[in-house]
Design a protein around this ligand. Structure first.
Ligand code: FE2
Length: 376
């Protein structure tokens, strides 16, 4: 009998500190590109499946009981756990393998919202991506920067009796395929992505947000505004609930700023980023909760499991406080990490300039690389 665990169960187990070990049986290149990463470290090693089957006797002796075997789609790990069982060791297989892990979305409720409003940060551990669903139960909600799996957003909205009215991509993403277009279409909602980022009209319906625009959430009288924040991309447009929160997209992270080079204009956009930081963000309430679209390392996760900080803290602890424009730009552009080869293709797909690629899983491999590296 196959003992198995779902991605959601594995994530929860890792969070509780219960998973003793992960054995990843993909090939070495696949393992090097990315691994299972939960909210806390788990001992892990890579033994390609053909080696693991050959060495099953020693593996059975080495693996702790209840270790989790991971492969690309769940077939190799199913095979291996049967072999290990014959050797007297009971371990578990990750259902659907890393492909299923890549689709895992974990919603966490946001505190501190205006009365009557509820919201969730939806974490995608495989890419360290964050999206948001915020709205008013019984009325409407917005979904911001969604991953390419519509069902979890629809289920969350339905569970809280909310209609998805608007789907917003803060910018044309380079690290993941957006689910925004499909989610909007399925729910008869409007879709917004900045036209400065798409380079013009798109083959899909797009209603770009303008700076200061009030985003309609049904009858609720909760001020929800679009705010232009160019820098990471030319058109980045974020969502601001004054006095409460700012969804910053890839402009500001818990530990710094988004890279300005992905559209090939690093210096120009770094200067725009400086003006966004000093002209748009600095005047806001420092207690404003900053909710980004990514994290990079587990230390960006707060004690409550949310990736969040305050505007005041970001200004105190990162490059944002740098008042000198030349130095700010120099700090960013001189130490940018290499961008993955797939990013140009993903941007073209997300802006409607290329057909949806057949090998989406391949394009999306690995954690995001959206932060500038000079971020503390
Ligand atoms: Fe981005």
């Amino acid at each position: 009998m196959t003992a198995s665990i779902t991605p959601a169960q594995l994530y929860a187990e890792i969070e509780r500190g219960e998973t003793p070990f992960i054995l990843d049986v993909r090939n070495q290149d696949e393992y090097a590109a990315w691994q299972i990463e939960g909210p806390r470290p788990v001992p892990m090693k890579n033994v390609p499946i053909w080696v693991a089957v050959e060495d099953s006797e020693s593996l059975a002796a080495e693996l702790p009981e209840d270790a989790v075997v991971v492969c690309a789609h769940g077939n190799g790990s199913d095979l291996l756990i049967d072999v290990l069982e014959e050797e007297g060791r009971r371990v578990r297989t990750l259902e659907g393998g890393t492909a299923a892990w890549a689709a895992l979305l974990v919603p966490r409720e946001l505190p501190g919202l205006p009365e009557g409003m509820r919201g969730w940060q939806i974490q995608r551990p495989s890419k360290a991506c964050l999206s948001y669903l915020i709205g008013v139960p019984g009325q409407g909600c917005i979904v911001v920067d969604p991953a390419r799996f519509p069902e979890p957003y629809e289920a969350l909205a339905a569970e809280h009796d909310m209609t998805i009215l608007h789907v917003i991509d803060t910018h044309v993403h380079a690290d993941h395929i957006t689910g925004g277009i499909e989610l909007a279409e399925r729910n008869d909602a409007s879709y917004s992505v900045p036209i400065e980022d798409t380079g013009g009209p798109t083959p899909f319906p797009n209603t770009p947000l303008v700076d200061g625009e009030v985003i309609d959430l049904g009858d609720a009288q909760i001020e929800t505004l679009a705010i232009k924040m160019p820098g990471h991309t030319p058109g980045t447009t974020c969502v601001h609930i004054p006095g409460h929160l700012l969804l910053t997209g890839d402009t500001v992270f818990v530990r710094g700023v988004g890279r300005p080079d992905l559209t090939g204009k690093a210096e120009e956009l770094a200067r725009e980023l400086y003006h966004t930081v000093h002209d748009r963000l600095q005047p806001l309430d420092p207690a404003t909760m900053i909710l980004p679209a990514h994290w990079s390392t587990p230390d960006e996760v707060a004690a409550d499991g949310l990736v969040r900080t305050t505007l005041g803290h970001v200004f105190e602890s990162t490059l944002l406080s740098e008042a000198d424009l030349v130095h700010f730009v120099q700090e960013i552009v001189t130490s940018l990490p290499a961008a993955p080869d797939t990013y140009d293709t993903i941007r073209l797909v997300n802006s409607g300039q290329a057909a949806t690629a057949e090998e989406i899983e391949f394009l999306e491999i690995g954690k995001n690389q959206c932060a500038a590296s000079t971020t503390v």
